[in-house]
Design a protein around this ligand. Structure first.
Ligand code: SAM
Length: 219
């Protein structure tokens, strides 16, 4: 990144007004959201809208999630600096960039090749160097680098895909929008002693996770 950032003030206001004011308190997360230029992750036509309190279209019928939801899901993962994180649904790459600020390594799987390619460009422009994007069906996870300390699914799934549960490390956390195709509950799984504890949080509305262990068929 070089030159003055015209959106610094708007970004700080986003963190204060939309995120901290609603109860997100993880200081490392708040700092990451103050730092990462969200306007690099939206199509040029939406640049001025990048710091608004809503999701935005990124093409191919997909979206960059609302900043507050990015913050809530990330906080629920209880990340530690040495963690390796698997994200399913790269989209714009913004969530991956926030995760990359908080941990050592992020692997992010995206189903649509053109979306993955744009995300790669966005991450490069933002100077994020610890995110690896994989094109494929993320409902199968990414066994090559498992197990993961944290797994984040950023698309709506009817149930948490079994391969992703298998790829959780002992003590690992998984967060996913789970339930009906239109709107879902945010669910967190924690693996302890080989068993999975499940906690349900508030309602969210995500685009569908399409794949072998998610929703079947076209979007
Ligand atoms: N995390 C993204 C961001 O920061 O912009 C937002 C994700 S968007 C709401 C959901 C993404 O999940 C879309 O890009 C969609 O193509 C992707 N997706 C849907 N099914 C998938 C699957 N089986 N594997 C990987 N990605 C999938």
């Amino acid at each position: 990144m070089s030159g003055a950032d015209p959106y610094t003030e708007l970004r700080h206001a986003m963190v204060e007004g939309q995120i901290r004011a609603r109860g997100v308190s993880d200081q490392r997360l708040l700092a990451a959201m103050r730092k990462i230029p969200r306007h690099f992750f939206v199509p040029p036509a939406y640049e001025r809208a990048a710091y608004q309190d809503n999701p935005l279209p990124i093409g191919e019928g997909q979206t960059i999630s609302q900043p507050y939801i990015v913050a809530v899901m990330t906080e629920l993962l209880a990340l530690k600096p040495g963690d390796t994180v698997l994200e399913i649904g790269t989209g714009s790459g913004y969530q991956a960039a926030i995760l990359g600020e908080l941990v050592g390594r992020v692997i992010s799987v995206e189903r649509i090749a053109s979306v993955a390619e744009q995300a790669g460009e966005n991450l490069k422009r933002a100077g994020v160097g610890n995110v690896t994007i994989i094109v494929g069906d993320g409902t199968k996870g990414y066994p090559a680098e498992a197990p993961y300390d944290a797994i984040l699914i950023t698309a709506a799934t009817p149930t948490v895909p079994e391969p992703l549960i298998e790829q959780m490390a002992e003590g690992g956390r998984l967060v996913a929008p789970t339930g009906p195709r239109d709107c879902q509950d945010l669910v967190r799984l924690v693996k302890r002693g080989g068993q999975v504890e499940r906690t349900t949080f508030g309602g969210v509305c995500f685009v569908p996770l399409i794949g072998e262990y998610g929703w079947r068929g076209a979007d």
